[in-house]
Write a protein that binds this ligand. Structure first.
Ligand code: NAD
Length: 418
């Protein structure tokens, strides 16, 4: 479909086609599984602080509604397009199915640069987007969450706008809310902690010891920073990390707690006195045990896949590795890949817990949340590893196959409508 024309959407389709061939999915079922059920594009006029009116474009893609409501993040970034959002929605579907959650995948985004907007402008934009989405969302229809460039405050504005429209408070309309507005304990940290948990499991498999291991993290936002702190608790040393402004490197390990003080003042990792600067491209090629891309899609490409020097590639971001890079990595047995739909699934799993708690108005302790999270992640990791070994194919193919097969079965059982 032309409207989704975007490299990231083509990449998601290529991955799907490979798995569909392996699973022998009949041609007539493939388009139903691949193309989104619903896509919305909305014009969002808001008044800027200088009094001018600017129209932004917002998107929401609901990939399939066969297993329950759709679930997925909302992204604020200058390069957001419908095709990118559709790819991310498709990956969400496979991720939810892999981890056994009662959801289809969704994703949304607004093409904007949140770093150059005031809090007031962001609030008006978020409320306007929510208002436009009201006919298409609901706790049993589509539930949003934070992603790149959005956070708990964004979710609080969305919940408030929706609740004011309904005439009563509806916490279950979004997840990733502040805990004081019925968010879940542990949600903010869940994706990064899940990434670190799986890295620990991958270290068991590859025979690495946490105490001697080094990590490189691209993208020191929510997911990247929590991953680095959690790895530090296991004893892993982070030697390089970056944000959109640039990277920093210290072969002896970066003191994350000192770095936190620097970020509080400067709002970037750049300029940290106890490390030297490093370019983002070079950072990915540093020799290390664990490489964690935790920023954007398409970072490991055919140009650098042969040159990365890690033992474990933990895909915290969505779609950080292109299919061409995957072909190269397939020949590099020494690298153990934790594929994105498994690696960063901790976020949507705890989002699911938040939704369940909100629907029941009955809240769990952080220990209960983490315990349940790690149990689901362990199951998904073990199933993926077993399938990869049994079929002798990559962890990515195994994870995608498990997810896609579950959605295919559900569609077959329900019939043509959902
Ligand atoms: P975030 O906005 O909190 O952080 C993103 C970080 O990446 C920031 O530090 C930003 O400066 C940095 N960055 C942006 N462009 C960069 C570049 N070119 N080079 C290096 N760094 C760059 O976002 P997040 O929530 O941490 O999400 C990161 C990734 O994880 C995204 O791909 C997102 O889709 C994925 N993800 C997030 C969650 C979640 O719960 N937040 C769940 C699953 C997947």
């Amino acid at each position: 479909m032309e409207i989704y024309n975007h490299p990231t959407f083509h990449m998601a389709c290529e991955q799907f086609d490979l798995v569909a061939d392996y699973l022998d999915i009949p041609q007539h079922q493939r388009d139903r599984l691949k193309f989104p059920k619903r896509s919305m594009t909305v014009a969002l006029p808001i008044r800027l602080d200088d009094g001018m009116v600017k129209v932004f474009t917002g998107y929401r893609v609901q990939h399939h509604l066969t297993l329950g409501p759709t679930k997925g993040g909302l992204r604020y970034h200058p390069s957001v397009t419908l095709g990118e959002v559709a790819a991310l929605a498709m990956w969400m579907s496979w991720k939810c199915a892999l981890t056994g959650l009662p959801y289809g995948g969704a994703k949304g985004g607004i093409t904007c640069d949140p770093r150059n907007m005031s809090v007031g402008e962001l609030e008006r934009l978020t409320r306007r987007f929510t208002q436009e989405m009201i006919p298409f969302i609901g706790p049993q229809i589509d539930v949003m969450a934070p992603d790149l460039g959005t956070n708990e405050q964004t979710m609080a504005w969305m919940m408030d706008t929706y609740s004011m429209h309904m005439g009563h408070t509806v916490p279950s309309i979004v997840t990733g809310k502040p805990v004081s507005l019925h968010g879940s304990l542990g949600r903010r940290e869940s994706t990064g902690r899940g990434v670190a948990y799986l890295i620990n499991r991958a270290m068991d498999v590859t025979g690495l010891t946490a105490r001697n291991a080094t990590a490189v993290v691209q993208g020191f936002g929510n997911v990247g920073s929590v991953t680095a702190y959690s790895l530090a608790k296991y004893g892993v040393k982070t030697i390089a990390l970056s944000d959109v402004n640039g990277g920093i490197y210290n072969a002896k390990g970066i003191d994350l707690w000192e770095l936190e003080k620097h970020i509080a003042k400067e709002n970037t990792v750049v300029g940290f006195s106890e490390a030297e600067p490093i370019a983002n491209g070079t950072l990915l090629l540093l020799p290390c045990d664990i490489l964690v891309p935790a920023a954007l899609e398409r970072q490991i490409t055919k140009d650098n896949a042969a040159k990365i020097k890690c033992r474990i590639l933990a895909e915290a971001a969505n779609g950080p590795t292109t299919p061409e890079a995957d072909e190269i990595l397939k020949l590099r047995d020494e690298i153990f890949i934790i594929p994105d739909i498994l690696c960063n699934s901790g976020g949507v799993i705890v989002s699911y817990f938040e939704w369940v708690q909100d629907l029941q108005s009955f809240f769990w302790t952080e220990t209960e949340v983490m315990d349940k999270l790690f149990r689901i992640m362990e199951q998904a990791f073990t199933a993926t590893l077993q399938m990869s070994r049994k079929q002798n194919f990559s962890m990515r193919m195994a994870a995608l196959s498990l997810g896609i097969k579950r959605v295919q079965e559900a569609k077959k059982l329900r019939g043509l409508f959902p």
